[in-house]
Design a protein around this ligand. Structure first.
Ligand SMILES: C[S@@+](CC[C@H](N)C(=O)[O-])C[C@H]1O[C@@H](n2cnc3c(N)ncnc32)[C@H](O)[C@@H]1O
Length: 372
């Protein structure tokens, strides 16, 4: 089968690496999408293990289409009956970008009709109750190229299953996993997030260091697909549990100025199975001064407009520069913010920066290596 992982922009290379690490052959990396080859167990294993991608989808077909007739004929020609049963539900959603067929509702209804027609031929029935298993059909039309897919994840993969509460601006778990991965922190070292909020970043670091599969505590749509034997899911979960490392010496320092954030970080860390690594405290970043000569800071501090006014932002980033650069010269720091003037305020150009999108917000990951 061809499988597709959708990603946020900027995360494709990281997801491609994750897929290869799981042992699958990547066939294409495009904007927001990684395509690879896999079997039923790849669906289970990738849903359980992929940290930086949004969804795993089965690719049903791809073709250039510029008219509704072409859209209908191609969709109808695909083997929908291989997945969708007589009673199953198959809603259709998708998007169109830079394509002649730009009406999304129009495409949705043509695709739905074409799938119904294809299933009528297969099952010799004209009424579909759609009361059974959910097969969410997704389409994308990008520069007239239609891709038809079936979603296997259900809830997007950034939902790890531990988060019950949210704070003002939690970072998506997939981006947190990406920046934590890019930091290359040492699993036997010290890791810190002095703006921990609900704990997303420290929790992703803990999950990675312990090698806990991020999807171990949640369900996926494809768990209900009869085509994927239950044993495959059981085996994938057994494998994931057997790979958890309990010998990591990592120390995670999570702090925040807000006592509610500290309570949230504590709560979420306990639910995610990473609490045993954590030292959680209420602290202003100005007082952040851990007694370790080396370590890795990964954080997303508050930023202008939504959470802070510009002057407060400038002062906070200046403060961060003074604390991280002057008090902690042996530490590396990875700071995600949409603030374009970050380096000016912080007082130093980054050693490296990388563009990432936090939803629709364009951010930079400013990377500072130890100042030895
Ligand atoms: C953008 S949020 C971080 C969100 C977090 N990564 C998450 O996923 O939940 C910024 C956090 O910085 C905290 N904060 C603001 N000013 C601070 C300061 N001076 N020192 C420490 N924390 C501060 C806020 O309370 C807030 O929780």
């Amino acid at each position: 089968m061809e499988l597709i992982i959708t990603t946020l922009f900027g995360m494709e290379a990281l997801v491609s690496k994750e897929v290869k690490k799981l042992g699958y052959e990547v066939t294409e990396v495009a904007d927001g999408r990684v395509t690879f080859l896999g079997d039923e167990s790849a669906i289970a294993r990738c849903n359980l293990w992929i940290r930086c991608g949004e969804r795993i989808l089965i690719k049903m077909g791809e073709k250039k289409v510029t008219t509704f007739d072409e859209l209908f004929d191609f969709t109808k020609s695909l083997p929908w009956k291989n997945w969708i049963g007589k009673n199953d539900s198959f809603p259709v959603k998708g998007y169109s970008l830079k394509s002649k067929l730009f009406s999304v509702p129009g495409c949705q209804s043509v695709i739905k009709k074409a799938i119904v027609r294809s299933l009528e031929g297969a099952y010799h029935q004209s009424y579909f109750p759609e009361s059974g298993v959910l097969y969410q059909v997704e389409f994308s039309l990008m520069k007239d190229v239609l891709t038809l897919m079936i979603d296997t994840s259900g809830q997007p993969l950034h939902k790890r299953g531990y988060r019950r509460n949210s704070n003002q601006a939690p970072l998506k778990e997939t981006i947190a996993a990406a920046i934590v991965t890019l930091s290359r922190f040492r699993y036997d070292g010290v890791f810190a997030d002095p703006f921990s909020g609900s704990g997303t970043i420290p929790i992703e670091a803990g999950l990675i260091a312990k090698n806990i599969a991020p999807g171990l505590n949640r369900d996926f749509s494809a768990m209900y697909f009869p085509q994927i034997p239950k044993k495959i899911w059981r085996d994938a979960k057994t494998e994931a549990k057997s790979l958890i490392r309990n010998d990591s010496k990592l120390k995670i320092l999570a702090s925040d100025i807000d006592p509610n954030a500290v309570a949230l970080t504590t709560h979420n860390a306990k639910l995610s199975g990473t609490f045993d690594f954590m030292e959680i405290s209420q602290k202003d970043v100005a007082d952040f001064n851990p007694p370790y000569p080396e370590g890795t800071i990964v954080c997303n501090p508050p930023y202008g407009e939504r959470l802070l006014d510009e002057e407060a932002c400038r002062l906070l980033y200046k403060q961060m520069g003074q604390v991280f650069r002057k008090k902690l010269p042996g530490w590396s720091a990875f700071i995600l913010t949409p603030e374009e003037k970050f380096e000016d305020y912080y007082g130093k150009f980054s050693d490296k920066k990388r563009k990432l999108y936090n939803g629709m917000i364009k951010c930079n990951l400013f990377q500072y290596f130890p100042n030895k």
